[in-house]
Design a protein around this ligand. Structure first.
Ligand code: AMP
Length: 186
């Protein structure tokens, strides 16, 4: 099974992606995690990405598409995957479709976690405190939300046209949201 997880920052996307990957034995690929590791390791990618990330902006498409292309071409995703945090722009979605079809890989479902802005703001504030994440200060949170609305939300329509979108109400308790996702993909 091949899944894409979509949702605003603070929607619980990362947490649910990890749990669903574990339940179904899928590779969990978080571009945010990959980028944070690259920044920590001070790789070239990390150095290029760091400024964008600290402002809450997206890193340029070319950087992230190259990264995903290497992973797709490596065959690492052949036994099922969850993409968490990618694609985030129409250009990324189109590139992904091209890469996957080159390998005859189909996306089965795109899980869209729906959460109101007020709940997102509360959750992200809590996470910033708990993790001390420098990209989660209030001003940057607002920018991340704006970036999501402007650049990422349009891909919902892209996948709706492919009849892949499964909308999940994400404000319930994590266990309940998990069960909803499981039934949506089963
Ligand atoms: P995340 O943990 O998914 O919220 O990602 C953290 C940060 O990494 C984002 O705010 C972006 O700066 C960057 N990032 C992660 N995934 C992507 C992507 N697909 N395209 C561009 N930037 C990304």
């Amino acid at each position: 099974m091949n899944l894409i997880f979509l949702g605003p920052p603070g929607s619980g996307k990362g947490t649910q992606a990890i749990r669903i990957a574990e339940k179904f034995g899928l590779v969990h690929l978080s571009t945010g995690d990959l980028l944070r590791e690259a920044v920590k390791a001070k790789t070239e990618l990390g150095q290029q990405a760091e400024g964008f990330m600290s402002r809450g902006d997206l890193v340029p498409d070319d950087l992230i598409i190259g990264l995903i292309e290497e992973i797709v071409d490596s065959g690492e995703l052949a036994n099922g995957f969850i993409l968490d945090g990618f694609p985030r722009t129409i250009k990324q979605a189109e590139s992904l479709q091209e890469m996957l079809s080159r390998h005859s890989i189909k996306t089965d479902h795109v899980i869209l976690l729906k959460v109101s802005d007020a709940v997102i703001a509360e959750r992200i504030k809590g996470r910033a405190k708990a993790e001390g994440r420098s990209d989660d200060t209030q001003k940057i949170v607002l920018n991340r939300l704006a970036v999501y609305v402007e650049q990422t939300e349009p891909i919902v329509e892209f996948y709706r046209n492919e009849s892949l979108i499964k909308e999940i109400e994400g404000e319930a308790a994590p266990e309940e949201v998990f069960e909803r996702i499981v039934s949506a993909v089963s």
